[in-house]
Design a protein around this ligand. Structure first.
Ligand code: ISE
Length: 335
């Protein structure tokens, strides 16, 4: 069986997913594209020799679309996810599930009501060879019990004109998810500390942010987000444990030594760092739809839990004080 996928959103990440599904992933093709911008949709559809859907609803209910990828702007994810659930189509929804908690709740309730796990969240870092190796090393117990995790998330410039809250719900959301997964633990409180803001950010914006979480198990997780770091894209993760320290690899860039300098190239943007993760994620998702595996990757519950923690961090932006996180009980569907 070849899974025919419809793509909502022909921007940068929609285009990456579409090319992977059409060319790099086994067992899938792209059958239709929808984008509010007709030209974007037409360019991608021409490159992949597939059709442009006349509307979002057409794409979702199309008999030639077996599964859907949601790669629209963040605020549209919940509405698009609800439409895919109503059509009972397996869906990969880009992160975040929703910038607002109430919207995430609506989608969670809708999936629970179907009694089926149809939505997979696009937290691709769970497939990144660096994070997978880190989780294996931590899980093996060789460095003892985790005590602290230090995360760095730097972009060269604000993508999509992010706001300060958007830095949390769009960017730090990756660390919020990956640390839950890495530690198999939930957050109980969060505090955002802002300090001095770099020059050159729009009036009223704050950058960098320092986000501090504490987990149920007592682990301290800190996340530096610096969205206008200028020099390039960089993501690091270090786990400090009772018997040692583990640092994540960075995707295997070569270290070059030449006349008086030793160093590595720095990718300008996340696609340079996480390209493989997106492809591996898509292959796993397609294999799961083809019935080769059970559900893979982050569930809708994981998407909800991340938005829940992000909402508390956004609340802390106002006061820079600790905000408690009281995650509701996980529904049985996600046991
Ligand atoms: C972007 O939306 C992504 O998802 C990237 O992975 C992340 O690193 C970047 O900061 C976000 O803005």
């Amino acid at each position: 069986m070849t899974v025919r996928v419809g793509i909502i959103g022909a921007g940068s990440i929609g285009t990456t997913h579409a090319h992977n599904l059409a060319g790099a992933v086994a067992g899938s093709t792209v059958s239709a594209i929808y984008d509010v911008d007709d030209d974007n949709a037409a360019t991608l559809a021409t490159a992949l020799e597939c059709r442009v859907a006349p509307s979002l609803d057409d794409l979702i209910v199309d008999d030639h679309v077996d599964a859907v990828v949601i790669a629209s702007p963040d605020g549209l994810h919940p509405g698009h996810a609800l439409a895919c659930l109503a059509a009972s189509k397996p869906t990969l929804c880009e992160k975040p599930l929703a910038p607002q908690l109430a919207d995430a709740q609506r989608v969670l309730d809708a999936e629970v009501a179907t009694g089926e796990r149809l939505i997979t969240m696009g937290f691709m870092r769970r497939f990144d060879p660096g994070y997978v190796a880190l989780k294996d090393a931590v899980g093996s117990g060789e460095i003892g019990s985790p005590l602290m995790v230090h995360n760095v998330h730097r972009n060269a410039f604000f993508a999509y004109e992010l706001t300060t809250a958007g830095t949390v719900t769009n960017a730090a959301i990756h660390e919020i998810d990956i640390n839950r997964w890495l530690l198999d633990d939930e957050y109980v409180r969060v505090q955002v500390i802002m300090g001095r803001t770099t020059s050159g950010v729009p009036e009223g914006q704050r950058d960098p942010l320092f986000i501090l979480f504490e987990t149920e198990g007592g682990v301290v997780v800190d996340i530096e987000t610096f969205m206008t770091a200028r020099y390039g894209y960089e993501v690091t993760c270090q786990v400090v444990a009772s018997n040692g320290v583990c640092d994540m690899g960075d995707g295997g860039y070569i270290t070059r030594t030449t006349e008086g300098v030793r160093g590595q190239a720095i990718p300008p943007q996340w696609l340079g760092r996480f390209n493989d993760s997106y492809r591996i994620e898509m292959q796993a998702w397609i294999d799961s739809i083809r019935g080769r595996t059970g559900p893979v990757g982050a569930s809708l519950w994981d998407g909800y839990a991340a938005t829940h923690a992000a909402a508390a961090a956004v609340e802390s932006l106002g006061s820079e004080r600790w905000v408690d996180i009281d995650l509701p009980e996980r529904p049985g569907l996600y046991a």
